[in-house]
Design a protein around this ligand. Structure first.
Ligand code: CU
Ligand code: ZN
Length: 203
């Protein structure tokens, strides 16, 4: 064996011993183990929005690794004028979670794969596209959304990002305008919350 071959062999053997130990020290966030994660999101008004159609409530997100994500909650309309009515509102995950001063700091729809805006069932959609939720302007409504694309696990996790309720109904990206292709013409943000990990259990 040449000296060169011996050096290569030694470094492979030592790395097999040391490198594997190094790897095992890292937290395993993309686990294939059967883990259930639960996250919470507490809706706040957008302080920069001057309308009166904001919403409050708590949203719970649950997912077992490898399975669909469930988003459930009770959302209350806070309208102070007009009659109580049913409204469709764009409901998205936005990129940033540091929204404590204003929902406007949430950025745009969470879009790690650089695709066009769509509906929750579109082949091409942003990871953050949940389409619309039906709410009451003055009453409390239970919502339930199930999604197979966005996740509480992995490199493109939605943990620490924000959930937002837009001012208008989402047109699901079907119109030939820039606003439709990016945010479904859903306007400003009226309410938002940070998706925060609450519990994690190994099944
Ligand atoms: Cu949006
Ligand atoms: Zn979108």
């Amino acid at each position: 064996m040449s000296i060169f071959a011996a050096v290569v062999w030694l470094s492979v053997v030592s790395c097999a011993l040391v490198c594997s130990q190094e790897t095992s020290k890292k937290p395993n966030l993309t686990t294939n183990e059967n883990v259930t994660r639960e996250a919470g999101c507490l809706l706040q008004d957008n302080v920069d929005y001057n309308g009166n159609l904001m919403f409050s409530g708590t949203i719970k997100l649950t997912q077992t690794s490898g399975a669909a994500l469930t988003i459930e909650g009770n959302i209350t309309g806070q309208a102070t004028v007009g009659t109580n009515r049913k409204v469709e509102r764009g409901f998205h995950v936005h990129r940033f979670g540091h929204i404590f001063e204003s929902c406007n700091f949430s950025g745009s729809d969470f879009n790690p794969f650089n695709t066009k805006h769509g509906s929750i069932t579109s082949q091409n959609r942003h990871v953050g596209d949940y389409g619309n939720i039906e709410l009451m302007t003055k009453g409390t409504v239970s919502i339930k959304v199930t999604d197979n694309l966005s996740s509480l696990f992995g490199d493109n996790s939605i943990l620490g990002r924000s959930l937002v309720i837009h001012e208008f109904e989402d047109d699901l990206g079907v119109k030939n305008t820039e606003e439709s292709r990016t945010e479904g013409t859903s306007g400003r943000i009226v309410s938002c919350c940070v998706i925060a990990l609450r519990d994690e259990t190994k099944n």
